[in-house]
Design a protein around this ligand. Structure first.
Ligand SMILES: [Zn+2]
Length: 586
């Protein structure tokens, strides 16, 4: 463990840390320019057209989403026609297309032929998000997910790293971002190993949250008792439970609907408005595993969360609601090789009866097989948990898949059972590249076919935010800023807690990476954004406010709002970035 335990920026550090001062644009002026006061983005991770159709059949009634379907979203990333959640959510959060696994930083140098190579300045560069912008407009901000809150999609709104797997760094940035409401899993990335967590730097970020006056809650009941203020709801060491298993396994965890309702209740107390991102994270995992039971339970819960948001927006009338997916997963279809082998009509009973008997998720099924990994054991567990009598041969095939996919032994249930005993088809255990449905309601809502990065611009425009100006205000490249008369270097004495050191005209400053803290001339204070180090380029990015504090220039912060007349230009025009051969279209 590094010797920085007693450092000024650690909990219990010696120096009192002064709060950041941010001059807010006047509300009336902003309200005049921004069509919306609030923006709520609800992401059903990995969900595509067929999944919604199946949910509607299963529900036997329209989904809340059906009433606000407005178009579709193109999902490819900068370097792949099939995106993962990190670049997809980063495009929604920053308005910029980036590389697979990248979290709200500029793309690497290799791109699809239809995507222009990024300027060197843009590569790996942190890109400001609509959440960070909403905060600087004096709005409240919130993140809700059923995954770890350090996982790809929620991370894209709160953090800036070139790999979605750096969850310790992501969680640290999230904790120092002053997000007002955070609900989800991931306690293991708040605690060091000695406190039962996974953090390599040994930091106890739970103590940091308490020191920053967050109410830290860990159960549904504690969350429901919260009435106002800053709340960090951490309901699991890792991911939260699948909705279908939650009642049996972890009834103390809140549902996505409950978390969404509580977040809106708290955030809407702010007269300047709010930004909220809600993710149904596990629709994606259900589809990775080809598990229709897990899929339907989490998708229904998502639809109920959308209903909560729409109820608020219909009453509030100044709220933009976007409900969309980041990419498709599993290639699910209603219809498969069994249904294509017959001419007889596929009735609702054929489609729904097998699904109605499924009472647990595939991972829960596999846990039950644990002590009897035989064909008989599998048959017994599938009969009990999914209500389906499968052949011995199919049971052996399920065990064979478990051998093949060691990390996801439960993959066999959906892969073997769906094509043989249901009308559901799956083409892959991975993501797919098709456009995904777009749903929208309220002021500034889009329509038609929208490109991923445009979602970010549409959210920003709805709030009157200029993301490019915001990025220049929050992420100044340090060596450039102090090129004349200064020196910037990274002190990695404590490898897990790198410290940016700046010397400028006899003044020295320290800024820990991933935090919003600065010490200049022995005075410690907060600044309005987090410090980001990009190891791939060796570059360091500081908030302009920190640069000015070090230089002693108090010019005030640049305006981050859109000029009055600005409107988002919808890409119905020829695609600018296209270097396409004649006749081709992305
Ligand atoms: Zn996925």
């Amino acid at each position: 463990m590094g010797e920085s335990r007693g450092a000024w920026y650690r909990v219990g550090g010696l120096l009192l840390i002064a709060a950041a001062v941010t001059i807010l644009p006047s509300s009336p002026a902003l309200a005049a320019r921004a069509p919306a006061k609030n923006v709520i983005v609800l992401i059903a991770d990995g969900c595509s057209h067929e999944q919604y159709t199946l949910a509607r059949w299963f529900k036997g009634a329209p989904l809340a989403l059906d009433g606000i379907r407005v178009g579709a979203v193109k999902t490819h990333s900068a370097d792949s026609v099939i995106a993962d959640s990190a670049p997809a959510a980063s495009a929604f959060a920053t308005g910029v297309r980036t590389s697979n696994t990248f979290v709200s930083v500029g793309p690497r140098d290799v791109t699809l032929s239809v995507v222009p190579r990024p300027d060197p300045e843009l590569r790996y560069r942190p890109l400001a998000t609509v959440l960070e912008g909403a905060k600087l407009l004096g709005k409240s901000t919130g993140i809700v997910a059923t995954s770890r809150v350090s996982h790809a999609t929620p991370a894209a709104y709160m953090a800036h790293v070139a790999s979605r797997n750096r969850e310790d760094d992501i969680m640290e940035q999230a904790v120092y971002q002053h997000v007002d409401v955070v609900f989800g899993g991931g306690k293991r990335h708040l605690l060091g190993k000695r406190d039962g967590g996974k953090r390599a730097d040994g930091e106890n970020l739970l103590d940091v949250l308490k020191e920053r006056r967050y109410q830290v809650v860990e159960t549904r009941d504690e969350m429901l008792r919260c009435k106002a203020g800053r709340i960090f709801g951490i309901f699991a060491m890792s991911h939260m439970e699948a909705e279908i298993d939650r009642q049996d396994c972890t009834p103390q965890q809140p549902t996505l609907e409950e978390m969404t309702r509580k977040a809106i209740e708290i955030l809407s107390k702010n007269p300047r408005g709010f930004f909220l991102m809600v993710e149904a994270s596990q629709v994606d995992w259900a589809c990775h595993v080809n598990d229709p039971a897990h899929l339907l339970s989490d998708l229904f819960m998502y639809d109920r969360a959308v209903e909560v948001a729409l109820d608020f927006a219909r009453r509030d009338r100044k709220t933009l609601v976007l409900a969309l997916s980041d990419h498709g997963t599993g290639g699910m279809t209603i219809g498969n090789r069994t249904t294509s082998a017959t001419d007889s009509p596929i009735t609702m009973e054929i489609l729904l009866e097998p699904l109605k008997r499924m009472r647990v998720s595939a991972p829960a099924l596999w846990n039950r097989v644990a002590d009897d990994k035989t064909a008989e054991g599998v048959q017994r567990v599938v009969k009990d948990g999914w209500g389906i009598e499968i052949s011995t041969e199919d049971a052996h095939r399920i065990l064979a898949v478990a051998e093949r996919d060691k990390d996801f032994p439960e993959n066999g249930f959906g892969e073997v059972i769906c094509p043989a005993y249901t009308a559901i088809g799956w083409t892959t255990h991975g993501h797919v590249g098709g456009d995904v449905p777009l749903h929208a309601f309220g002021p500034g809502r889009p329509a038609g076919l929208v490109d991923g990065p445009e979602i970010g611009k549409i959210c920003a425009a709805a709030l009157g935010l200029d993301l490019a100006k915001l990025t220049s205000r929050l992420f100044v490249e340090a060596s450039n800023a102090f090129a004349k008369g200064g020196r910037v270097f990274l002190d990695q004495t404590d490898g897990h807690n790198p410290l940016v050191k700046v010397e400028f005209k006899g003044k020295a400053a320290e800024l820990p990476v991933n935090k919003n803290l600065i010490k200049v001339g022995g005075v410690a204070s907060e600044v309005e954004g987090v410090v980001v180090y990009a190891p791939d380029t060796g570059k360091i990015y500081l908030p302009l406010q920190a640069v000015q504090m070090i230089k002693g220039t108090v010019k005030g912060m640049p305006d981050i709002t859109l000029p009055a007349a600005a409107k988002v230009v919808r890409s119905r025009a020829p695609v600018k970035e296209s270097a396409l051969p004649a006749g081709a279209s992305p």
